[in-house]
Design a protein around this ligand. Structure first.
Ligand code: ATP
Ligand code: MG
Length: 560
């Protein structure tokens, strides 16, 4: 999708049109949405789309958005996930105010509603095993088979369900099912399970329960309890809607939230299921949920993506109803264009080789003032130190230059960005032929700008750092975690597409002196190298660690 097409799809945010209509014709006085994660993993960039939609619509229409944990499965949920989800939503720039909810706070109400369904003859306790239930369910083309326990009396069901609650039965021995229609064309309506026995403590409600409601029995009713006006979810829940409506129709619930589905975000070169992300963490393929290569919000935050660029991305891709793939390059371009505006410039040399300026006095230090941003004088300037020994990139020198190489060669000239023009006069190598230092001279007349006394032109401009005042740092260069655009393709093992070179650690980069005391939150453009951010976990004042957030240009365009 081009940027222009994306901009058009923003206009086609069909949810905005629906809400506008609902407010105009008085169907709702105000909008209440919610972001409803299951706390069974860290949030990823797909969730960011959902967060931006739900919180964004509430903001745009003067309503409110709840953060609600759909915490019905304690076997997979943890406090760590609850905490990280709250952190990530806040980081993205959204605020639920006092409206933090847990589906589990409604467990008593849900239990009472389950009892109500039993009393109405619309739910029964089943003793079939999970496997039998699956086998009895039928297929898309064949009706299911009724359970032999389907016609238990109300009294028997009430008794068994109460005993399930009290912990009398082992896990898996009974479930409560809705009595709907085993021949329904929509399989979700073939007597879905409402409650299961699970002897597991719950991260929010502790040991209070031995039975837990299924997600489908909790989700819609919880929306109703919270007074959600627009229940927004991804397309895979479309086939669950008739079930949610069956519950609302058959329970004494006065309100009816309306469900609207949108297409989930799929990103190229990325896997986005929580299960797969968890596998990457558990197998040690990545260093954790917040590994800077992960598509998790914790990961991209640690990498240095500004939250604003993620919001811009979500705005740009728009909200539609047809499944589509978004090129991860679009996300990277949002990060780049945000940082191009906001990041101060600095110089760093990743693979340093020493250049000795032989005609420069030993011990002399000269100061140059360099603008922090070429187009933004209001961002101020900093001081660069020039002295006899400087670091330049090994790659910026070629002994036998290839065609079109405009940087340093023996006998050639190059402009030091913000400093002098240098001529290379010689190379010193060790016994193995490896270059250990370069020698050169500077042109004193070239101090200001690129002009020389005799008007000759110098094509190449390179970055540099003075040896004396340089600060050494570790720099982590990241590439995509997967080398295939669709590592998640049906059935294939995504791990075969892992990019073996997704991280490169540069252990002894040399940074300009001004970076020694830079604030940890500042994202910098290291000239010619990309945008960088101090790793919030590993960087220390005495041993700096910078992550490359993104390169200056999309390197994958040429790779392809
Ligand atoms: P996963 O499939 O990664 O496990 P999930 O859908 O089970 O994710 P939830 O915690 O239930 O994760 O998601 C919370 C909300 O975020 C849901 O409303 C869900 O529809 C939405 N969401 C999840 N993944 C995406 C995505 N890729 N794009 C947009 N919205 C998403
Ligand atoms: Mg889900």
């Amino acid at each position: 999708m081009s940027t222009e097409e994306a901009a058009v799809s923003t206009v086609n945010n069909f949810l905005k049109n629906i809400i506008e209509e609902d407010l105009k014709n008085g169907k709702h006085g105000s909008v209440i949405t919610r972001f409803p994660p299951e706390p069974n993993g860290y949030l990823h960039i797909g969730h960011a789309k959902s967060i931006c939609i739900n919180f964004g619509l509430a903001r745009d229409f003067g309503g409110r958005c709840h953060l609600r944990f759909d915490d019905t499965n304690p076997a997979k949920e943890e406090q760590e996930y609850i905490d990280s989800i709250m952190e990530s939503v806040k980081w993205l720039g959204f605020d639920w105010g006092t409206h933090l909810y847990y589906a589990s706070d409604n467990f008593e109400q849900l239990y009472q509603w389950a009892v109500y369904l039993i009393e109405q003859g619309k739910a029964y306790v089943d003793d079939l095993t999970a496997e039998q239930i699956r086998a009895y369910r039928g297929t898309l083309t064949e009706a299911g088979t009724e359970s032999p326990f389907r016609n238990r009396t109300v009294a028997e069901n009430i008794d068994l369900f109460a005993r399930m609650r009290s912990g009398e039965f082992p896990d898996g021995s009974h479930v409560l099912r809705a009595k709907i229609d085993m021949a329904a064309p929509n399989i979700n309506l073939r007597d879905p399970v409402l409650y299961r026995i699970l002897n597991a403590p719950h991260p929010h409600v502790g040991d209070a329960w031995k039975i837990y409601p299924m997600y489908d029995f909790a989700h819609g009713q919880t929306d109703a309890i919270e007074g959600i006006t627009h229940s927004i979810c991804t397309l895979e829940f479309e086939s669950h809607k008739p079930l949610y409506e069956w519950f609302l129709d058959n329970l004494p619930i006065p309100v009816r939230p309306r469900q609207y589905e949108f297409a989930r975000l799929n990103l190229t070169y990325t896997v986005m299921s929580k299960r797969k992300l968890q596998e990457l963490v558990q197998k040690g393929t990545v260093s954790g949920w917040d590994d800077p290569r992960m598509p998790t919000l914790a990961g991209i935050r640690r990498r240095g993506y500004p939250a604003a660029s993620v919001r811009t991305f979500c705005e740009l891709i728009g909200v539609g109803r047809s499944d589509s793939w978004i090129d991860v390059a679009i996300l990277e371009e949002c990060v780049r264009s945000e940082l191009n505006e906001t990041a101060p410039r600095a110089m760093a040399v990743l693979r340093p080789v020493k250049l000795i300026v032989d005609n420069y006095p030993v011990g002399q230090v000269e100061e140059f003032s360099a603008a922090n941003h070429p187009q933004k004088p209001e961002m101020g300037s900093r001081t660069l130190h020039f002295s006899r020994e400087i670091w330049i990139e090994r790659d910026d020198f070629m002994e036998t230059p290839s065609k079109g190489f405009h940087r340093l060669t023996v006998g050639g000239e190059v402009k030091l960005r913000g400093g002098y023009i240098i001529t290379c006069t010689g190379v010193v190598k060790d016994a193995d032929g490896v270059i250990v230092e370069l020698h050169g001279t500077y042109d004193p007349a070239s101090r200001d700008g690129i002009h020389t006394a005799d008007g000759r032109k110098v094509k190449g401009v390179i970055h540099w750092v003075a040896v004396d005042s340089a600060v050494s740092a570790e720099v982590r260069l990241f590439d995509r975690l997967f080398s295939d655009p669709n590592p998640d393709r049906g059935g294939a093992d995504y791990s075969q597409f892992l990019n073996a070179a997704s991280v490169e650690i540069v252990s002894d980069a040399q940074l300009e002196a001004s970076l020694a005391h830079s604030t940890a939150e500042t994202r910098f453009q290291f000239e010619r190298l990309g945008y960088f951010y101090q790793d919030p976990t590993d960087s220390r004042q005495e041993s700096l660690v910078f992550n490359r957030i993104v390169t200056l240009r999309d390197a994958w365009v040429t790779k392809k």
